[in-house]
Design a binder for this molecule. Structure first.
Ligand code: PMP
Ligand code: GLN
Length: 378
């Protein structure tokens, strides 16, 4: 039987985390925190399990959690969303993205993506018969060239996918970007899939530009979020999609046959935990300190950091150290020097290699310090 994804291997995150483990390297590759999550939420999950909330949750998500999410969206983005019809809880943002694409993309539909792009986007489009059309973000600031976007739109273009704050570059979209996206989406009747999993990991006082802030754009958008990022619990795999009722109705048709629902006690615990804004409002400051600590520690090395405005990833150029391709550099760094990173060329469909590595700084200071001690010696 022919493969539907003949060119796809194992995800780079799995490959590099395994290599880090095999070689005893400090793992700054795959994006996940190495510190404990808040005990309060662990105790809440435990309590809901003991109280027997262990059966299927409603397909669109536990009512309490959808209500809590609607409250957060109202407070954060000034947008009223109906938890009954406009929010769906999913097993991570990954399934939300897949369900949205499955719901709307059919054979021959074109989807505009910006490289470097998160690794699940392209395969999700192709598994649903769509044609991913990859554009490059502009160097050196990884901005979007909207004039080029307009040029690439054809009669078959159906969707445009954005990600802000951006993995792996740490770039963020501005209000001007969102306004231009809104004009384009409305003019060409495009759906927008907005990956906002790093909505709270944004630094230096910059506001996150959610599609939910822009009524015209929001009417044609599905935004996806992840509690994995917001509450440091990537292994829980709980996220959600937000969008207008008519679109969400279609997303749920796919979601109910891909995952059906998400584990109940965690949803109920999250609903209760979300009642305290303190639990998520200080996240930007928390990670900004980590970014700054990492930048301070890497100073004096020959690695050259690129600006990081959001996400928990720091790009660095290693041109001052080596001219080898980034995949080889990441392997050498992991195997020989015992610090694992992600080569950025894997996020490009055409494997463009700008000699950049991605380091995840969602780590304890001692982890970052140890890694940078090694990096300073290279
Ligand atoms: N989108 C981006 C840009 C991500 O970085 C990630 C995960 N790290 C996801 C989606 C997937 O999120 P989740 O783990 O909630 O499925
Ligand atoms: N999104 C995480 C990263 O970019 C990894 C998620 C995964 O391993 N699938 O590192």
């Amino acid at each position: 039987i022919p493969s539907r994804l003949p060119d796809v291997g194992t995800s780079i995150f799995t490959v590099m985390s395994k290599m880090a483990l095999d070689y005893g390297a400090i793992n700054l590759s795959q994006g996940f925190p190495d510190f404990s999550i808040d005990r309060t939420i662990i105790e809440l999950v435990h309590r809901y399990m003991v109280e027997d909330h262990n059966q299927y949750a409603p397909m669109p998500g536990a009512v309490a959690l959808r209500n809590a999410i609607a409250g957060v969206i109202g407070r954060t983005y000034g947008r009223t969303v109906d938890p009954e019809t406009e929010i769906t809880v999913t097993p991570g943002a990954t399934e939300a993205i897949f369900s949205i694409i499955a719901a709307f993309i059919t054979t021959g539909d074109e989807v505009l993506l910006f490289d470097p792009s998160y690794d699940s986007y392209n395969p999700a489009v192709r598994l649903n018969g769509g044609i991913p059309v990859h554009l490059h973000m502009r160097q050196p600031d990884f901005s979007i060239d909207w004039a080029e976007v307009r040029q690439k739109i054809t009669s078959r273009t159906r969707m445009i996918m954005i990600n802000t704050p951006h993995n792996p570059t740490g770039a963020v979209l501005s209000e001007a970007d969102l306004r231009e996206l809104e004009r384009i989406a409305l003019q060409h009747h495009l759906l927008v899939l907005s990956d906002e999993v790093y909505e709270r990991l944004i630094y230096d006082g910059t506001p996150h530009q959610s599609v939910l802030r822009y009524p015209g754009l929001a009417a044609q958008s599905l935004a996806v979020f992840s509690f994995g990022k917001t509450f440091h619990a990537t292994g829980w795999k709980v996220g959600y999609a937000v969008g207008p009722a008519a679109l969400m109705k279609e997303v749920r048709k796919a979601h109910q046959f891909i995952a059906f629902s998400v584990n109940t006690p965690v949803q109920l615990a999250l609903a209760e935990y979300l009642q305290t804004p303190d639990h998520y409002e200080r996240l930007g400051d928390f990670y900004q300190q980590k970014r700054d600590f990492f930048l301070e520690q890497i100073k004096g090395s020959s690695f050259e950091p690129r600006p990081c405005k959001g996400s928990y990833f720091q790009l660095v150029s290693y041109r001052g150290i080596s001219s080898q391709p980034d995949v080889a550099m990441a392997e050498e760094l992991t195997q020989k020097f015992k610090v694992a990173a992600i080569p950025v060329s894997v996020f490009y469909q055409d494997k463009t290699d700008n000699r950049l590595l991605r380091f995840c700084f969602a780590k304890k200071e001692e982890t970052l310090a140890k890694a940078c001690e090694i990096l300073r010696k290279l």
